[in-house]
Design a binder for this molecule. Sequence first.
Ligand SMILES: [Zn+2]
Ligand SMILES: [Zn+2]
Length: 259
Amino acid sequence: MVIKVVSSSSKGNLTIIKLSNQKVILIDCGVGITKLKKELNQSLNIQSIDYLFLTHGHQDHIQGLASIVKKFPPKIVYLSNATLNLVKDIFYDYQINYQIIKRDQELITEDFSLLTIGANHDFPQTMGFIFHIEGKKLSYLTDSGFVDYEYLEAMKDSDLIFLEANHDETMLNNDISISYPLKKRISGPLGHLSNDSFCIVLDNIITKPTIVIAMHISQERNQLKLVQDCFNRQIKRKYKVDLYLSTSVEFDSLKSIIL
Ligand SMILES: [Zn+2]
Ligand SMILES: [Zn+2]
């Protein structure tokens, strides 16, 4: 399969998984059709979307939904009730087939099986996913202030881990452009994982050679170098792991990863 993180940041999130049988899974719709089409045509030659998963209803995860489903109506969309409430007009307009999912739910399709996991975030019912696809295990979690112990257990033995490394705590504390309540929101239990939390989670779930993609990296309150340094200090010397850093919607996407 081929993995492509088109964008992951507070500006927009969208990840593509193209299976060996050419079917396509999309996770989130936080970039518009122009950016997506460029990626689909240029690098992946994708004509249609088979499965769409929405983690939650914040703008950076759904803002491209209308333009994407208009051009590439997905065969099925999986989303929570809370997210559906925000997007149901779009689904009605384009007659989109969908299925409501909850955390801790197992799904089996003809192409993969999946366990939904709960994120701790300030949008209700925010979810992550653990996929079993073509003999590989892929764990996906962003937008979570912390990770519950049961999900650390569930994410062990992954072949590929998409995990949020949102902010550097010092940069967040020193940022004078945002209010104290917003700082508390970002770093709080319903906010986002810091670089240190990212490494602590990895330290708890890596059990074998793995690929890690650092996701949802803040452009204002983090730097790619800081994520890399934290990872090198706390993870790289202990485990055989390749780290990729996701980019934001304005930049060229992360190169495709073949798994
Ligand atoms: Zn987000
Ligand atoms: Zn969010």
